[in-house]
Design a protein around this ligand. Sequence first.
Ligand code: ATP
Length: 366
Amino acid sequence: GCVIGVFTSGGDSQGMNAATRAIVRMGIYVGCKVYLIKEGYQGMVDGGSNIVLADWKSVSNIIQSGGTIIGSARCADFRERPGRLQAAYNLLERGITNLVCIGGDGSLTGANLFRIEWSSLLEELVKTGRITSQKAQECAHLNVVGLVGSIDNDFCGTDMTIGTDSALHRIIEAIDNINTTASSHQRCFVMEVMGRHCGYLALVAALASEADWVFIPESPPEKGWEDKLCEKLAQERSLGQRLNIIIVSEGAIDEEGRPITADQIKDLISKRLKYDTRVTILGHVQRGGNPSAFDRLLGCRMGAEAVLALMEATPFTPACVISLNGNQIVRVPLMECVARTKEVQAAMDKKEFQKAVELRGRDFVA
Ligand code: ATP
């Protein structure tokens, strides 16, 4: 079997532990050695006790925990060649030539770059006498597989990213809780949810919670929206509805491209309608708590497939991402997904919303 290193990088998300567990156990099951690399790329660069051989028990009792037990970090060193050279050395010391990167598009881009650069890193290590040429020959290729951990569901090429479903659960729980208190007092709640440039969390939360209004970056409201929003709220109240819920995605913008904030909506409603209006910004609560059953299974399925992909990799196989496509776990080319994700970003920046939504394809509920 092969020697695999697994690490989590970038923002954490619920379900990453399920993926780590599946990689370790599937790896051991098929005869591989699996190392846990702690603190993302930083642990790879620092080496030492950051890179530890896993056994079956190392990943017991973690499937139900949020976050990532092996730690995640952002790492400036890995962005520079000397950092990657040291990381390569640390992997080679342990014979690791297979990596599973669980992270966002930045982390996956870094992993792919590392893979492409691998042979020149080996050359430099041989030249400087840090490794033997025999070692370089044995470890000539680095295989890379990516898993996308992100609560935002903003990655192209997979229907769902690991953590999105759990984040939705947190949002829905919060709205349900607010529902009980707000309706006793006839209040209006404006809730800001995460998602960066992607409105997925806000949109799905709005659908699932019977919200009155939702602001998402992909669909800025038309001019005059302030009047329409107030009319809608007043109409709901006149029909006997005792509370109003408005959801604002953190990247939401108005018709002129200016950010829409929860406070701004609150001021509008309190001033015009004189409703008792409160703002709730969920923040990191959305990343917290235990992963949902969906995210646990998604992590398991993707993790197991990642090991199989590594075992079948040849020097000519490009890096892939394990993704969910219509409830099937499939392998897709890593750089194509990263490129499309960047294209969506660019389209959003240029306010080409239709194009952005089309590029995302069916992994976005539109
Ligand atoms: P999130 O979606 O949570 O932001 P991410 O993986 O996109 O996750 P980044 O901060 O972009 O998060 O990247 C995480 C780490 O990956 C960086 O700190 C850096 O160490 C590494 N990395 C990112 N981009 C590159 C790159 N182009 N070259 C080398 N390393 C990179």
